[in-house]
Design a protein. Structure first.
Length: 214
């Protein structure tokens, strides 16, 4: 099962991704996570990506395509994968299709999770993530049991550098300008489904399972 999760920042892609990979036993490939890991390790790639990420801009296509396709060559992707945050431009989608065609593969489903801008801003600016295990919380909607501490592993929670008001607003705008055209791209390919991302995380997941099948 070769899947793409599409949707604006804050739509809940990361949360749904965790549930999807558990149920369908496929690897989760998040280009944002790959960049953040590189920033943490201080690699050259991390330094390059950080300049763009801090402003809420997209990392240049060539760089992202190389990172993503390299990851897709790994053995654990041979029976399927879940892409989260990639592709984000039509160029990236075309390069992905070319790469997969070269391997005799294709995208089976694109899951488009939609949430309105006001709700996205509330979700992004209130989001807190665990530095260690990546679990995600919200100061109001999903508060941790102890303020500032991860329920899962006990490590401190942080605010992502790009979740401040200004950068979050820019990321939503970049999504509308650069990534939303992908909906048309996959509409033409005929393999996209739209899911209302405001119906609660269990209901969103049930809708996804309805689409993908048990
Ligand atoms: P995410 O964790 O998916 O919200 O990504 C965080 C940031 O990483 C984005 O705002 C971009 O700066 C960068 N990024 C992640 N994936 C991509 C991509 N496919 N194309 C360009 N930039 C990306």
């Amino acid at each position: 099962m070769n899947l793409i999760l599409l949707g604006p920042p804050g739509a809940g892609k990361g949360t749904q991704a965790a549930k999807i990979i558990e149920k369908y036993n496929i690897p989760h490939i998040s280009t944002g996570d790959i960049f953040r890991a590189n920033i943490k390790e201080g690699t050259e790639l991390g330094k390059k990506a950080q300049e763009y990420m801090n402003k809420g801009e997209l990392v240049p296509d060539e760089l992202v395509v190389e990172i993503a396709t390299d990851r897709l060559k790994a053995d654990d992707c041979k029976d399927g994968f879940l892409l989260d945050g990639f592709p984000r431009t039509v160029f990236q989608a075309e390069k992905l299709d070319e790469f997969l065609a070269g391997q005799g593969k294709k995208i089976d489903h694109v899951l488009d999770i939609d949430v309105n801008k006001e709700e996205l801003m509330i979700r992004l600016t209130g989001r807190r993530v665990c530095k260690t295990c990546g679990a995600s919380f919200h100061v109001v909607n999903i508060p941790p049991k102890v303020e500032g501490i991860c329920d899962v592993c006990g490590a401190p929670l942080i605010q992502r550098a790009d979740d401040n008001e200004e950068t979050a607003a820019n990321r939503i705008e970049v999504y509308n300008n650069e990534t939303k055209p992908l909906i048309d791209y996959y509409e033409k390919a005929g393999n996209i489904s739209h899911i209302d991302g405001t119906i609660g995380l269990e209901n969103v997941f049930n809708a996804i399972v309805d689409i993908l099948g048990e």
